[in-house]
Design a protein around this ligand. Structure first.
Ligand SMILES: NC(=O)c1ccc[n+]([C@@H]2O[C@H](COP(=O)([O-])OP(=O)(O)OC[C@H]3O[C@@H](n4cnc5c(N)ncnc54)[C@H](OP(=O)(O)O)[C@@H]3O)[C@@H](O)[C@H]2O)c1
Length: 308
């Protein structure tokens, strides 16, 4: 029984990996503008990430009002050979208020055919590439027409402008509704010891049964895990430290990632840091198979109470 389960899990992981072609640790580019890196520094960051086993880079058209994609495209301009070694993820569907190309008077979601097609083309121009490896709808649009989204995605796939299609921040019902019309490669969602909704609700089980691996954003609570004046963060760090010692990990950080990678839905995990060592801690976490008791100790610290 145990070996049948293990082989089913490993088959699932293999399928999920093959479908997406992304690295399990993904570099999140949301905060790149804050990093204030020159083009040469960002180019080095990308090359060192790839050397560390992180080949996938997560963008969105709205990051830095388009500036993040443009900085990334510029940083890769002088080493065009890099493009074939990396996977670029980008998202669209949120129209911000203001003067950017997609800007509007009232911030809203737009998943209409015309908007998504134009948004992908703008992303490709900024990133100086012919295709996105994965394109996601950034947030569910309350006025969405799923048939229209599926047709648009299918067309983008046929045009070769995107190589895979998925969603982000979709509920289980929203995911199932769109997936009945077109294959979805992933659902990029928030999950961390501070945000347990996907685990405690039906999101993870539903993705597992669809054989789709989620991509996790804000795994460190967007940096909250480092906070000094936060009781929950301090409690978590204490438990993570103690598990790190048991596992012989280099510090508590790989343990957070190991905790997420231990989930049966075989997630991809985004790291939102400018520090190369943070990416390496996540890669280290991928190699740590947490014992059940350690995994539950971290859940207990996350909830602040034992399991029933
Ligand atoms: N689909 C969506 O709706 C959505 C929403 C949010 C984010 N995302 C994606 O997910 C990615 C990750 O999200 P996130 O940035 O919130 O994730 P995160 O990895 O939970 O948090 C990143 C923050 O933690 C800090 N940090 C990480 N390692 C550190 C270390 N060793 N020491 C001190 N501080 C450290 C970073 O600062 P330093 O840079 O100084 O290390 C940064 O401020 C984003 O870049 C974006 O691509 C997607």
């Amino acid at each position: 029984m145990k070996s049948a389960l293990a082989s089913r899990e490993s088959e699932h992981k293999k399928n999920a990996m093959t479908t997406l072609g992304c690295s399990r640790v993904v570099a999140g580019m949301w905060r790149v503008r804050e990093w204030q890196m020159s083009s040469a520094e960002l180019n080095r960051f990308v090359r060192e990430s790839v050397e560390s086993g992180v080949t996938t880079f997560d963008h969105a058209d709205i990051y830095g009002a388009g500036e993040v994609e443009a900085l990334f495209g510029e940083a890769l301009r002088d080493t065009p050979s890099l493009r074939a070694t990396i996977q670029i993820v980008s998202k669209a569907g949120i129209r911000p208020r203001g003067a950017s190309p997609a800007g509007v008077g009232v911030k809203h979601y737009d998943t209409s055919r015309a908007y998504l097609q134009a948004a992908v083309e703008r992303s490709l121009q900024r990133l100086k590439t012919d295709y996105l490896d994965l394109f996601l709808i950034h947030r569910p649009d309350f006025l969405a027409d799923d048939d229209e989204i599926a047709d648009t995605a299918q067309r983008l796939l046929e045009q070769g402008k995107i190589r895979a299609f998925g969603v982000s921040n979709y509920s289980t019902r929203q995911f199932e509704s769109l997936r009945s019309r077109i294959d979805l490669a992933t659902n990029q969602i928030e999950f961390s010891p501070f945000e347990l909704g996907a685990l405690e609700g039906d999101l993870f089980p539903a993705l597992s049964s669809a054989n789709v691996a989620p991509m996790i954003w804000s795994a460190l609570g967007g940096g909250r895990l480092f906070s000094e004046n936060d009781e929950a963060a301090a409690r978590l760090r204490a438990t993570l430290n103690s598990v790190a010692q048991t596992c012989g990990a280099s510090c508590w950080l790989p343990i957070v990632y190991a905790w997420i990678f231990r989930l049966p839905c075989a997630p991809y995990v985004l790291v939102g840091s400018r520090r190369m060592e943070s990416l390496r801690y996540a890669v280290e976490g991928l190699g740590i198979a947490l014992e059940r008791e350690d995994w539950y100790a971290i859940l207990e610290a996350a909830r602040g109470r034992p399991v029933l």
